[in-house]
Design a protein around this ligand. Structure first.
Ligand code: HEM
Length: 473
């Protein structure tokens, strides 16, 4: 398809000057992505023109623009490895382990997604309820009381365990953790900008480390696949379903795709779940009135017992606290799509090849949509309605997160158990500084004092750049 729109298209969109404005901005974005995005909206409004030369880009902060882009995945592709300037070597492990559904497009993506969709249906995923309860109890059984635990590390591990049963059908302690750790090593090198800037497989360079970790990752996944095949397949975990799809028709799902789906599905699940777990616990610990409401609700629904599938369906305060956490700390603070055709947005004609960046983080902080946007207010979810393009922690449109029901169920079960059993208090004197290019994590962990449940602890004063993101007083 030829590009009909000229290079100057989009000139009417406000934005910083091409070189002197955009280069420093890019640099600032690399270190302070969220402040940069919020500043862009403050200075230029809901659509900002960016990009360089043959990579035009616009950043949009309006739910209506989100809707126009996200509801049309045929015209606006997700990041696909073949669409970015850097090319990973053909048939390399790094290609295999990154070839999952989030990075696929077109009919092949739609086919794989619709084949897997039934296994993520709300009714289907309740079969993992008991495993979630068991895993949460097992993971917390060894916790020492009246001790400080790094809740970031604890919740990341719990999330990894929670994801192991539905996605891999393996024992979390014996196998899930080993796979997860290798996955994290690989991802850390994948997100190292120097690995991507200098893509040379020479010992000592970060790209070499990436190739090495990805090869090990592929080996581990192949081993798991071989063992599962030897043990006999069923439809009780996603990996078994994927293996059967590949075996039935390798042209429909290649071996590379099978490996990629396995890694991206596992990490795609545990990574955002971990963040939602520790941020919800932390935010509730600093908001005693909201915590009291959540605890009253849990006591009334469960009376100290483990949650049942019916009970987790009716927890509006807990669900409000989770949603409010995801509003303030969405797992993906920004996301992008690539225009596969000329298009128009906000009355501006734009060419094929334009990147469109959307930011749930910024839209979630729009006062006209969410009154008092910087405050943690779980109660807003009891009365306020927000469209899928205003509140989008799971993205929106036909490609919204396939694991939404599973993720929400895992979060509610784990939090119902943790909050009923334990009290959490930030370690006095701790700083909470956040970091992350596309997500928000506590840079130096989240040290919290954990006790047997003991009323509602008073909030602990603390310092850190998190105060720029949430208003606590
Ligand atoms: C709190 C839990 C979760 C959150 C906040 C979350 C968030 C998201 C977001 C924002 C996207 C869209 C990314 C983009 O296009 O920019 C996404 C996609 C996806 N998520 Fe999740 N996710 C969660 C849990 C899960 C779980 C449990 C699984 C599977 C086990 C999963 C699997 C996927 C997959 C496969 C996609 C790609 C969908 C597609 O492209 O069609 N997620 N998720």
């Amino acid at each position: 398809m030829t590009t009909l729109i000229t290079k100057t298209a989009g000139d009417s969109i406000p934005g910083p000057a091409p070189l002197l404005g955009r280069l420093p901005l890019l640099l600032r974005f690399a270190f302070h992505p969220l402040e940069t995005l919020e500043d862009l909206r403050r200075r230029y409004g809901s659509m900002v023109r960016l990009g360089f030369g043959k990579y035009p880009a616009v950043v949009v902060f309006d739910p209506e623009y989100n809707r126009q882009v996200l509801r049309d995945p045929d015209s606006f592709y997700a990041y696909e490895i073949d669409l970015v300037p850097l090319k990973f070597p053909e048939n390399s492990s790094v290609r295999a382990v990154t070839t999952g559904m989030p990075l696929m497009n077109g009919p092949r993506h739609d086919d794989h997604r619709s084949a897997l969709l039934p296994y993520f249906h709300r009714k289907f995923v309740t079969r993992y309820h008991d495993a979630c309860v068991e895993v949460t109890l097992r993971r917390t059984a060894a916790w020492k009381m009246d001790a400080v635990l790094d809740m970031r590390a604890e919740m990341e591990r719990l999330a990894m365990w929670l994801g192991t049963v539905p996605v891999l059908g393996l024992d979390p302690e014996k196998e899930g953790e080993a796979i997860g750790r290798q996955l994290e090593r690989t991802m850390k090198t994948l997100f190292n900008p120097f690995a991507l800037l200098f893509p040379y497989d020479i010992p000592g360079l970060p790209f070499h480390a990436l190739m090495k970790h990805a090869a090990e990752m592929e080996r581990v996944v192949r081993e798991v696949i071989a063992r599962k095949k030897a043990e006999g397949l069923n439809d009780s975990d996603i990996l078994s379903v994927l293996i059967q799809m590949h075996e039935e028709d390798p042209a429909r799902m290649s071996e590379e795709e099978l490996i990629g789906h396995t890694t991206t599905m596992f990490r795609g699940g545990y990574n955002p779940n971990g963040m939602a777990l520790y941020w919800t616990i932390f935010l509730l610990s600093q908001h005693p009135a909201a915590l009291q409401k959540v605890l009253d609700e849990l006591d009334q629904a469960m009376g100290g017992k483990d949650p049942t599938p019916e009970a987790v369906e009716k927890l509006p305060w807990l669900e409000g606290a989770i949603r409010e956490t995801m509003r303030l700390f969405p797992a993906g603070t920004w996301t992008g799509r690539l225009a596969m055709r000329d298009f128009e947005l906000g009355g501006h004609p734009l060419p094929k090849g334009t990147w469109i960046v959307m930011s749930p983080y910024v839209v979630h902080r729009t006062a006209e949509i969410f009154p008092e946007p910087y405050r943690f207010k779980p109660e807003r979810w009891l009365t306020e309605y927000h469209s899928a393009y205003e509140f989008m922690p799971f993205s929106a449109g036909p490609r919204y997160c396939i694991g939404t029901s599973l993720g929400m169920m895992q979060l509610k079960i784990a939090l119902a158990i943790l909050l009923q059993r334990f009290s959490f208090m930030l370690q006095p004197g701790a700083r909470v500084d956040c970091t992350g290019l596309n997500s928000i994590r506590p840079k130096n962990g989240l040290p919290m004092l954990v006790r047997e449940r003991d009323g509602v602890p008073a909030p602990v004063p603390f310092k850190g750049n998190i105060h720029k993101m949430v208003q606590f007083d």
